[in-house]
Design a protein around this ligand. Sequence first.
Ligand code: SF4
Length: 343
Amino acid sequence: MDRPDLYDMTREELAAWLIERGQPRFRADQLFHWAHALLARGFQEMTNLPAALREELAATLRFGPAAPLEAREAEDSTKLLLELSDGQTVECVRMVTGPDTASACVSSQVGCAIGCAFCASGAEGLIRNLSAGEIVLQAVTLRALVGPARNLVFMGMGEPLHNVDALLKALTILLDREGWGLSAQRVTVATSGGARGIRRLVAEGPPVELALSLNAPTDALRRELMPGVRDALVDVLAACDEFSARHGGRPVTFAYVLLRGVNDQPEHAQELAQLLGRRRHHLNLIAYNAVEGLPFERPAPREMEAFAARLERARLNVSLRRSRGQSINAACGQLRAARGPER
Ligand code: SF4
């Protein structure tokens, strides 16, 4: 049988596991601190634990940053492809976002059921959910092997709110003050929507930032681009409004990938203004990263600027972001897709 994964345990679960083995509770705090704050690579580094316990742990628990199958670097980002215990692979990226800041971007599933027409992950469908430990493993590996990060974003492969149990547990582990100790405001959960999932996050999760992948101003165009999306925009936006209300009126970020001739026309700007104009929002326009074999193009810079200017004139709160990591296939799923399906 597979050994339990230390990264899959909250501090409370680790304490229960150690107490069952006759250890005092404070060992859980020490072990958790070594694993998540000090980023130990093996039990032998944990010098304040008795040698016999270190040996027992090494024989009973799975632990340690992953050895990436592949790493790709660009000026502002490093992408890792990690192999999981069943041979599936998953991608994670560290993106430099400022002079002293970087974000760890993690995946929540292998593949994705949303099937966005412009996304490499969507092409293969959902393969499986990740465990909380597999989500934590990505953040630990990026921080241990690539460099520190002050922010965490769920923007890799998969729809995090289709795997909400693992998402909530991973957040408990990653926000623990004995571990990485991130504040919830430094975490962004990016979702394609799903009113039920958003409401669960509101009810059960910490006060993270929410980013909705909008990508189209109407249900008809959105379903063409994101065929796995079920809920109508009116329902998803109502859940987003509940999220804002619950967190002191904090605006939701709406992400909109610009696809030339598809969703970047004047009528789309007008429809977006109608959709978002009266709610608290931040609209993040993102230049599309081309994916080989898919029939979409990034608009020219002046076209994107003209689209943003229209939205600004309609009083939307807009920013235009050129995608990071173009040279390393940094859109979700592209590195995995470039290697082909699992062997
Ligand atoms: S863009 Fe995101 S939601 Fe859409 S298929 Fe890719 S991973 Fe899934």
